[in-house]
Design a protein around this ligand. Structure first.
Ligand code: SAM
Length: 233
């Protein structure tokens, strides 16, 4: 899997990833965490898809000694946990508004004995207003959380000025990026690139929308919980 993605992983990293996949499938049979339930689906659609971001992430974070990353709307820890396993030097916060998903993430972190990673229960709109999270991260990442005009309001307030956001998207990335132009500029961002990525074993197209934080986010953003989704910028 890693070879097909042009990503190098050690044997230890591969076994920790396999154990994480096993935990996800086990927990999913009792607690509804993800729609994808079988081992092959978890490997391709979750683990491999999460790791497609590594080349872009390595490029962006090159030279940052102990980078901080937040995964917004992480669900069962995706893409944050596979990234942490593959790039252990990154200090990771996982956050989600659904308690049972964060409980799974915390259990997985303990079970896999991962250090420098936390699972935090909360809504992005509220967390990004707290000083310990606002404009504190070198990289903000999200996969499958919301359309880009809404998602940028969740993500950009967390990024430090000169930091980055990566939204992991499907074939609709270009159209979403166009719709989000105003939101990105309003929130202090600048569109950098859209990288297309191939996912071994799956025909669908994937894209990484990469946004740079160039100015502080105005204090009125993010708006109160629910507003970014109900009335996108
Ligand atoms: N990122 C994971 C993945 O790729 O499998 C989960 C994707 S799931 C479709 C979307 C997740 O975003 C849900 O777990 C949901 O609880 C979370 N979410 C949606 N809006 C949120 C918000 N405003 N703040 C925090 N989490 C949110």
């Amino acid at each position: 899997m890693a070879g097909d993605l042009k990503v190098t992983l050690t044997d230890d990293q591969c076994s920790v990833l396999a154990r994480y996949a096993q935990l996800l499938v086990e927990w999913n049979s009792r607690v509804n965490l993800t729609a994808i339930e079988d081992d092959a689906g978890v490997l391709t659609r979750h683990l491999a898809d999460s790791l497609t971001v590594l080349p872009a992430l390595d490029r962006i974070l090159a030279g940052v000694p102990a980078p901080r990353m937040i995964d917004v709307g992480t669900g069962a820890g995706l893409p944050g946990i596979p990234i942490k396993i593959a790039r252990p030097h990154i200090v990771v916060d996982l956050t989600d508004s659904t308690g049972k998903k964060i409980r799974f993430c915390a259990a997985a972190i303990g079970e896999l004995e991962l250090a420098g990673i936390r699972a935090i229960h909360g809504r992005a709109e509220e967390m990004a207003r707290r000083p310990e999270h606002r404009e504190q991260y070198d990289l903000v990442i999200a996969r499958a959380v919301a359309p880009l005009p809404t998602l940028t309001e969740y993500m950009l307030p967390f990024a430090r000025v000169s930091g980055w956001c990566i939204a992991m998207k499907g074939a609709e990335a270009q159209a979403e990026a166009e719709q989000a132009q105003k939101a990105i500029a309003t929130l202090g961002g600048s569109m950098e690139t859209i990288d297309t990525v191939a996912l071994p074993g799956a025909p669908d197209r994937r894209a990484l929308i990469i946004i740079r934080k160039v100015r502080p986010t105005p204090a009125r953003y993010p708006r109160p919980s629910g507003a970014p989704r109900a009335s996108p910028l």
